[in-house]
Each structure stands twice: as C-alpha cells, then as structure tokens.
Design a protein around this ligand. Structure first.
Ligand code: PEP
Length: 252
C-alpha cells in the first residue's frame, strides 16, 4: 500500500525566521495524528538551514524547490543537489510549472536535475500537467503522456523509492480553481498506466502520484480519497500551519 505524502511548496515566501516559525508549527502539529502521512515542507534555499535545525528531531521532511543540473563549478547563482543534501534536505521538487514557464526549463534539464538529485541521495518530486488551452482542446492526455515519456525512461535510476510524481494541471495552480476529484483521478489513473508502460507494472503500482492545484482543507479529503491520488503538493494553503495541518489530517 502506498503511504500518502503531503508536501508544502512555500515558493518565494518566508525568509529564515518566518520559515523556521512555520516549520515549528507544522512539526508540533504532526505527531498528534493517528496515522500520519509522510509530511514534507519545501522552503526557499536560503531558509533551508534554519528549517533543518527546527525539523532535526521531527517526522517532517525537508525539501528544496529546485536544484542545479551540475554538482559544482562555474554556475553563478545555482545550488546543487549534494549541497542540499548536506544542508539537511531529503527531497527536491523538479519541473514545477512555474520553472517551466519563467526559467524556460526543458526536459533535458529535468533529466539532469533528477539524476543529480538521485546521485546525492535525494528523492525527486517531478511535476507535470497540462495548461488551460491544452485541456480546452482536449489534449490533456497527450500532454501528460509526452511530459512523462520525455523524462522517466531517460533517468539513470527511476524507482518509487526515489521518485514521486506530482500531477499539477497548470490551470489549477494558484487560481483557486481545482480539478474535480473525478478529473484528477482520471489523469492519475492514466498517468499510472503510462508509468507502467515506461517503467514496468511493479513501479507503477508503487509510485506515488500527488495532486497539486489549489488543494485546500475543504477539497483535500475528496481528492486524496481517490484510489490513484497519493497525497498533495500544496502551494498557497501550505503557508498557514492550520490549513496545511488540516490537509495533512485529511490524508487518510
Ligand atoms: C503549487 O505551486 O505546486 C501549487 C499546487 O500551488 P497552489 O496550491 O497554490 O495552487
């Protein structure tokens, strides 16, 4: 059985002091739960050491929002996967739609980043999902298939133990518009089928596929109750401890 994962993507919010404060609130809220899912928070790079100190003895995991395609060298402004691991991260988000759009990251970048993350012992959270115009044109399945097929088979060591997928329909990110549980389940089941074709049925059965896109306390339970939705990647609602913890509680 796949253990649920609830991940907070704090994006470009919360410097070290504010991030440490929110991490402390999250860490205090998780142990009281009966059957807690795996919980992950992803602060900006600069806040990772402060959050790592807070989470040291807690069950809450720490992730970064990106990593470099190289481990070291003349790449001004970059932060590498081994550095993140040394700073206490266990996970890294790769291919978020905001990076696909604003930084124009490509499939080649994602392959290199995930391979660097795996070599450093990190679990990669690989995001994919269609844009509004693609859904309106009825092309969401083609887009999802293409995004998964462009990356997964090219990875050096893709496995459910070091890779989590996050289906994030771009039209639902930060818009307040959520995919219905049925829409999300349909694409999750379709994605799992693609993973089976690309990596084998055993990997498909064990691979966690998160949903991301305006997940909130009031829609999280229905979404995460779907058979192929294994948790959430949460942006806006992860910035308030009570909302994030309510979603964590809904991950049954
Ligand atoms: C995200 O950025 O991954 C995300 C899902 O954001 P939001 O929850 O704000 O839609």
């Amino acid at each position: 059985m796949r253990r649920k994962l609830v991940a907070g993507n704090w994006k470009l919010n919360l410097g070290p002091a504010a991030a440490a404060k929110l991490a402390r609130q999250v860490a205090l809220g998780v142990p009281g739960l009966d059957r807690p899912p795996e919980v992950l928070v992803c602060p900006p790079y600069v806040s990772i050491p402060a959050v790592a100190a807070v989470l040291k003895d807690s069950a809450v995991r720490l992730g970064a929002q990106n990593c470099a395609v190289e481990d070291a060298g003349a790449f001004t402004g970059e932060v590498s996967a081994p550095m993140l691991a040394e700073a206490g991260a266990t996970h890294v988000i790769v291919a978020h739609s905001e990076r696909r759009t604003h930084q124009r990251e490509t499939d080649d970048d994602f392959v290199r980043k995930i391979d660097r993350a795996h070599a450093a012992g990190l679990t990669a959270v690989f995001c994919y999902g269609e844009r509004l115009e693609e859904r309106r044109a009825g092309r969401e399945r083609d887009v999802v298939r293409a995004q998964l097929a462009a990356v997964l088979p090219r990875l050096a060591s893709p496995a459910p133990a070091n890779l989590v997928l996050a289906y994030e329909p771009v039209w639902a990110i930060g818009t307040g518009e959520t995919a219905t549980p049925e829409q999300a389940q349909e694409i999750h089941a379709f994605s799992r089928g693609i993973v089976g074709e690309l990596l084998g049925n055993d990997a498909a059965a064990r691979m966690r596929i998160l949903y991301g896109g305006s997940m909130k306390p009031d829609n999280a339970v229905e979404l995460m109750r779907q058979p192929d939705i294994d948790g959430g990647l949460i942006g806006g609602a992860s910035l308030k401890a009570e909302d994030f913890l309510a979603i964590v509680r809904g991950a049954i």
